[in-house]
Design a protein around this ligand. Structure first.
Ligand code: NAX
Length: 325
């Protein structure tokens, strides 16, 4: 039986970079057939159909079916994995409350549709920004689905941070491990070198350059999205799709070491429960994550974790006020 994978925003640029990799088996492995459900808004349905034609033309042996719809109830029917990519971008002059309200209009009905129609065992990754709070909205509107099935993406931030450290130290990316990004997928995010390792040693010690970490590394990872827009004239798409594949594949199939996932907070590390914040997780496979406890959180980290989690609390308070959760 094929696994039903729903992708929203399927006609967008991340969708275009993502769908072919899902259909080729890179999301769920070489032994799992997939059935794709593409959700788009009416004006983009034709473009989604175009992408579907190209998917057909790839003759992927693992792709058993493609359905396209603008109705969340249809697109999430029986869904076992959902990647929520489509979102409302911030436009000029838009205040945070307006942005959250516009995204609430997308993620509230999608959460309800997941609740009413998806497979009981669904796993959800939210990519569309503001990803953490969009995940909180969807999760809060899917009352019968366990909260831990909803996650948001900070894996792109993790991958960006790993690449920066490898570049700084002139080592291969595979030598940089356990590099966890804490908090919000926003410029306040905190990439942590105290628990990361390079060649088995603490990355903070190997880098041994606090001025670089505080003044260059952290801000550059936090603002990498803007750097890409400046260079490319469009936001990150292939790297975002790649990170979405990494996130879901590791969650479903398992991975070694620590990874970053924005998950519903439970009180670990003193973070208030009830927001969706990025934390260190271990991934044993089977769609399970475990928050890794007992990591080193020195004052340098604590201050930054408090700030980025504080931003998420404010977003949560704003969506509570708007009646979205
Ligand atoms: P695009 O604007 O190219 O595509 C978005 C697509 O979503 C459009 O085709 C649009 O029609 C569709 N859409 C809008 N409302 C929808 C709805 N209610 N149901 C279904 N589809 C809907 O954006 P793209 O570059 O693909 O980026 C998608 C999202 O990812 C954006 O919100 C973006 O900010 C976010 N990102 C998140 C990242 C992360 O690390 N969490 C990094 C990359 C990216 O910036």
């Amino acid at each position: 039986m094929a696994t039903k994978v729903t992708v929203t925003g399927a006609a967008g640029q991340i969708g275009y970079a993502l769908l072919f990799r899902i259909a080729s088996g890179q999301l769920l492995g070489p032994d799992t057939k997939v059935e794709l459900r593409l959700l788009e808004i009416e004006p983009a349905l034709k473009a989604a159909e175009g992408t579907a034609l190209e998917l057909v033309d790839c003759a992927f042996p693992l792709l058993s079916k493609i359905d396209i719809s603008s109705d969340p109830n249809e697109a999430f029917d029986g869904a076992q994995v959902a990647l929520l990519v489509g979102a409302r971008p911030r436009t000029k002059g838009m205040e945070r409350a307006d942005l959250l309200e516009a995204n609430g209009a997308i993620f509230k009905p999608q959460g309800e549709a997941i609740n009413d129609h998806a497979d009981r065992d669904i796993r959800v990754l939210v990519v569309g920004n503001p990803a953490n709070t969009n995940a909180l909205i969807a999760m809060s509107n899917a009352r019968d689905v366990p909260a831990e099935r909803f996650t948001a993406m900070t894996r792109l931030d993790e991958n960006r941070a790993v690449a920066q450290v490898a570049n700084k130290l002139a080592v291969g990316v595979d030598e940089v491990q356990d590099l966890v990004v804490w908090g919000n997928h926003s410029p306040t995010m905190y990439p942590d070198l105290f628990n990361a390792k390079v060649g088995g040693k603490r990355a903070w010690d190997v880098v041994d350059d606090e001025a670089w970490v505080a003044g260059e590394f952290i801000p550059r990872v936090g603002k990498r999205g803007a750097e890409i827009i400046e260079a490319r004239g469009a936001s990150s798409a292939a790297s975002a799709a790649n990170a979405a594949i990494d996130h879901v594949r590791d969650w479903m199939l398992g991975a070694d070491g620590l990874r970053s996932m924005a998950v519903p907070t439970t009180g670990a590390y003193g973070v208030e429960p009830g927001i969706v914040g990025s934390l260190p997780v271990r991934l044993p496979g089977g769609g399970v994550y475990e928050i890794a406890e007992g990591l080193d959180v020195p004052p340098f980290s604590q201050e930054r974790i408090d700030k980025t989690m504080g931003e998420l609390r404010e977003e949560r308070d704003a969506v509570v006020k708007l009646g979205l959760v």
